[in-house]
Design a protein around this ligand. Structure first.
Ligand code: HEM
Length: 439
């Protein structure tokens, strides 16, 4: 890799970061709820801030020309409105990853270069190619495998009596599922999880030069990894894995180019476990705090689907998404000009009292809990939603079935990000007779 930095780009990015951060800090210090929600240090409990923003109206204008909404009705309409399109990190705060000569040709970003940042018709073409791995039938085939992964893990824990929720359980399930999808050993998971958490952090926007550097290093690692895997599968095709399938695909009579392939693989990797791990941790946290819901899950394990939907509504792993207007649009009596950013607060839409009665209550019996926007809506609706639901259902159902007296051995530590919400660490005890006595 080249080592000489492009100074002009570096200076431009540094000054953008400096100015952007300074302004956000200043506004956050004045108590501006939008700056506090999107600003430098995220609050441990963001939901009261979303309510402050809601109190200002369905759609508010931020101080720098962006718009923000916690309204379920507005956000779902905007997500389905083709006059609004996707947004890149560069759109949000001017970060340019490619500071070394050669970066622009070599590096592939799993969000900015992938489906998630594409608009039709490219989006439609690529999404169609990966869909076969996520059909209900493909998912049925995966269910048994996921059940085995979870059972193996729980067997291991039963003897120890204690474990760390994230490292030992929540992350293992989605990582193994994704490694299966790629046909690779899950011993790779530590590298994956490092890249995944660094790149997931960039969804909050890049705040410092150090963050930008760490993200670029993760991009170099991930791009190189998938380049190698693709080269290997070209020589030695696998059996039913997603890379082999994509290499064989001929969307317009032509094979997919390297950039699309690497970006898709990176997106599946990142989207596949950086989110699902938090569905599991947020689920465990919500069930421990709501003993009635926990009892219901233990007594009626076939209600695991309702539990997962309510976790996704009540405490969604992805808290925001954003769109850019392609042309002027009118919403809630406000004209949003072209090329303006709209932040959609998914965590706020899921607690919109116009749609969900007593929204701050965790209620598994809620009749409309599937109406949440945790998986977004419209053309970018999460491709892995079905898979994530199955993983969440099996993980939560089996964990509490095997260890109905599961409890926290120490207070949880939250992840520090704004967009991806979940736990970083939560030591657990299984509540079996031996460790109840020693605790
Ligand atoms: C609880 C777990 C998950 C959550 C909360 C979640 C959330 C989301 C959200 C909110 C979006 C759309 C963002 C937007 O509209 O701007 C999305 C897109 C996507 N997700 Fe997920 N996701 C989860 C699990 C997964 C899994 C397991 C996979 C695959 C293995 C996956 C693959 C994708 C892909 C490929 C897209 C892009 C779809 C497109 O642009 O057409 N996700 N996800």
């Amino acid at each position: 890799m080249p080592t000489h930095i492009d100074l002009r780009k570096e200076v431009r990015t540094r000054s953008q970061l400096l100015i952007g951060n300074g302004i956000f800090r200043l506004l956050a210090a004045t108590g501006d709820p939008m700056a506090r929600v999107l600003g430098v240090r995220p609050p441990a409990d963001p939901y009261p801030l979303y309510e402050k923003i809601r109190a200002r109206g369905e759609l508010s204008r931020g101080r720098f020309g962006f718009y923000i909404t916690p309204s379920h009705g507005l956000a779902s309409a905007m997500l389905r409105d083709q006059r609004l399109g996707t947004v890149s990190t560069a759109d949000v705060n001017g970060v340019d990853w490619n500071v070394y000569p050669g970066d622009a040709e070599y590096l592939v970003h799993p969000v900015e270069d992938s489906l998630l940042a594409m608009n039709p018709p490219e989006h439609t073409r690529l999404r169609r190619l990966v869909s076969p791995w996520f059909t209900p039938r493909a998912l049925r085939d995966r269910t048994e495998r996921i059940e085995r992964i979870v059972a193996d893990f729980l067997d291991g824990v039963a003897d120890r009596g204690e474990f760390e929720l994230v490292r030992d359980f929540a992350i293992r399930v989605p990582v193994r599922v994704i490694c299966d999808l790629f046909g690779i050993p899950d011993s790779e998971y530590q590298r994956f999880s490092r890249w995944g958490s660094i790149l997931a952090g960039t969804l909050d926007g890049i705040r410092t030069v150090r963050e930008r550097r760490a993200a670029r290093d993760a991009l170099v690692g991930m791009t190189g990894f998938f380049d190698d895997l693709i080269a290997h599968r070209r020589k030695q095709p696998g059996d039913g894995d997603v890379i082999t399938g994509l290499l064989e695909a001929r969307p317009d009579g032509e094979p997919l180019d390297r950039r699309d392939l690497v970006a898709l693989a990176g997106l599946l990797l990142g989207a596949g476990f950086e989110t699902t791990v938090n569905l599991i941790t947020n689920g465990v946290a919500a069930l421990l705090e709501n003993p009635e819901a926990k009892r219901l899950l233990i007594e009626q394990p076939d209600r695991a689907g309702d539990v997962v939907e309510e976790v996704l509504r009540y405490d969604p792993p992805v808290q925001f998404t954003a769109r850019m207007t392609h042309e002027p649009v009118d919403y809630a009596g406000v004209r949003i000009p072209a090329r303006h950013l709209v932040v959609l607060i998914i965590g706020g839409t899921n607690r919109d009292p116009a749609v969900f009665a007593e929204p701050a209550r965790f209620d598994v019996d809620r009749p409309n809990n599937r109406e949440h926007l945790a998986f977004s809506s419209g053309i970018h609706y999460c491709l892995g939603a079905g898979l994530a639901r199955i993983e969440g259902e099996i993980a939560l159902r089996e964990l509490f079935r095997r260890f109905p007296r599961l409890y926290r051995a120490a207070p949880p530590v939250r992840r520090t990000g704004r967009n991806i919400r979940g736990l970083q660490r939560m030591p657990m005890r299984t509540g079996t007779a031996r460790n109840v006595l020693v605790s």
